[in-house]
Design a protein around this ligand. Structure first.
Ligand code: DX5
Ligand code: ZN
Length: 229
């Protein structure tokens, strides 16, 4: 792979695992620790059996960091809320292909609002579900746990799905497409996902659960980069 075609490794701590009573401080600490973006999990208690936060919280985080905010919508109707998250300061908005919405139309709407947009796959959803939209998406995210909760065990059965999406991205002339992974990413699983083709690495408990955020971000990045070469 030529250098310019190689996707860049980026580390995205998931604030789901942070101390919500000190959210601004937690976000600033991860920025200082060297994170590349912050991952924000939005759950509606319907698409997934858990509730988290709305656009108001994203608006509160925004002035605390310069890092891009990567907003992951686990919503049955993402089209109802996507614009509110953009107005609140989201830089990337991803939503599930399994949601009850027109995925292609929402990609276009998000692009018209000036943000990056992408599609997410639950573990049971095959890679092919995103192929028709691969040319337009900025990012495809493969869930490596069942969405809804942090701290779950990584599902190695998702590795062929990551590889299939990377292969299709190369086939259609988008070798640098961002492929994001979410769930159970830590020092023991990161090499496998990177070798399979992922480059955007979400980690909640592995980073916010660490005593030294900077050391945790650095080791995860080093291990990921070593797997790339
Ligand atoms: C799960 C969320 C994840 C979660 C990952 O539904 O989408 O972003 O925070 O947490 P860990 O890294 O602890 O598995
Ligand atoms: Zn997430």
């Amino acid at each position: 792979m030529r250098e310019e075609q190689r996707p860049v490794i980026r580390i995205a701590p998931s604030i789901l695992a942070s101390d919500f009573s000190a959210l601004g401080q937690e976000c600033r600490a991860m920025e200082q620790a060297g994170a590349d973006m912050l991952h924000v999990d939005v759950m509606d208690g319907h698409f997934v059996p858990n509730l988290t936060l709305g656009p108001g919280v994203v608006r509160c985080i925004r002035p605390h960091v310069r890092l891009p905010l990567d907003v992951h919508l686990m919503l049955t109707s993402p089209e109802r809320y996507a614009a509110a998250f953009v107005q609140a300061g989201a830089d990337t908005v991803t939503y599930h292909v399994e949601a009850e919405t027109d995925a292609a139309a929402l990609l276009r709407d998000l692009h018209a609002l000036g943000v990056r947009a992408g599609l997410v796959l639950r573990p049971a959803t095959p890679a092919e579900a995103v192929f028709p939209l691969l040319a337009e998406a900025d990012v495809v995210m493969v869930m490596t746990v069942e969405p809804g909760f942090g701290g779950q065990k990584f599902m190695p059965a998702m590795l062929p799905k990551i590889a299939a999406i990377r292969a299709e991205a190369q086939r259609i002339g988008r070798p640098a497409l961002d492929i994001e992974v979410d769930g159970g990413i830590d020092l023991s699983t990161v090499e496998d996902v990177v070798r399979a083709g992922a480059n955007l690495l979400v980690a909640g408990s592995a980073l916010f659960g660490a005593g030294d955020y900077a050391a945790a971000v650095r080791s995860l990045r080093e291990r990921a980069q070593a797997a790339l070469s």
